[in-house]
Design a protein around this ligand. Structure first.
Ligand SMILES: C[S@@+](CC[C@H](N)C(=O)[O-])C[C@H]1O[C@@H](n2cnc3c(N)ncnc32)[C@H](O)[C@@H]1O
Length: 271
């Protein structure tokens, strides 16, 4: 298994393990809404669904609830795999799902198979080689199948964030805690200065695919390796490897990216 560089990755799995403790039916309902937005109208009914970089396993659960016949998840981080396994064992016992530790760079369609829907939300930009990861993931999509990816929107602050993330991912827990406090204080000040109420914003964050602001802050500050891109790079690249655009949702990122970047969501179909 090609798990080289795993030590240089941020420990996403620990964060997912902590997040999974607060997953409830409300968060699951929000995850369902997030997935239905990307692939509406029974688009998952009786489909084989692959989640690359499955994290907590919440999207796998959402895919099962939306009618996928078989759901497979992979993640490079064993703690993510264990978390997804526990979440699915609890919420989807007896259903058709499997989860295993693997890197996208190991998934060869000849051995691993092809899928009706390949989904990779917020993952391929954390692999250390985003463009190869995109092409490896795309190669797992069946003819006429759907390819869903979410990738960080490029902003003028991306290079600074890459430095911060590299530091955060490799520093101690106390230093991480201090950086988180500074970031959260600045973010809340930013909300207040634009007339938004943090007491509404932070609990309301659940509306983003069932996520939690505090866990997402840790993920944002530490998510390394880090790359970002633009629609004008992604769309022609995917067209060149045989995909057509079905729909795109642009992230609500500030122009400067000073508080970070959101993920643009792309839905393609293999021609
Ligand atoms: C930001 S999290 C996103 C998790 C999940 N897709 C979601 O939307 O909640 C990124 C995940 O990608 C995984 N990951 C990073 N590099 C990977 C690789 N080369 N192959 C598979 N998974 C990878 C990480 O371990 C982590 O769980």
């Amino acid at each position: 298994m090609n798990l080289k560089n795993i030590d240089s990755h941020f420990r996403f799995g620990d964060n997912w393990q902590s997040y999974a403790k607060i997953v409830d039916e409300d968060r699951i309902a929000e995850a369902l809404k997030g997935l239905e937005k990307l692939i509406p109208a029974d688009g998952l009914k009786a489909k084989q669904f692959l989640d690359i970089g499955c994290g907590s396993g919440l999207s796998m659960l959402a895919a099962l609830r939306l009618g996928a016949s078989n759901v497979k998840g992979v993640d490079i981080d064993q703690a993510s795999v264990d978390t997804a396994h526990a979440l699915l064992s609890h919420h989807a016992p007896g259903e058709q799902w499997q989860v295993e530790q693997a890197s996208i760079f190991d998934l060869d369609p000849e051995c691993f198979g092809l899928f009706d829907v390949v989904y990779s939300w917020g993952v391929l930009h954390h692999t250390g080689d985003m463009w190869s990861a995109i092409s490896k993931a795309g190669a797992l999509v069946k003819g006429n199948g759907v390819f869903i990816i979410a990738l960080y929107h490029r902003t003028p602050s991306c290079n600074l964030w890459r430095i911060e993330k590299k530091f955060y991912a490799h520093t101690g827990k106390w230093q991480q805690w201090i950086i988180r406090c500074i970031y959260k204080a600045a973010f809340i000040a930013g909300l207040l200065s634009t007339g938004r109420n943090p007491f509404k914003y932070i609990p309301g964050y659940k509306g983003s695919r069932g996520m939690n602001w505090h866990h997402d802050v840790h993920d944002w500050l530490g998510g390394y390796p880090y790359e970002s891109t633009t629609q004008s790079e992604i769309v022609p690249s995917l067209q060149n490897i045989g995909f057509e655009v079905v729909r795109i949702f642009q992230a609500s990122t500030t122009r400067t990216g000073i508080f970070g970047a959101g993920c643009d969501e792309y839905v393609f179909r293999r021609k």
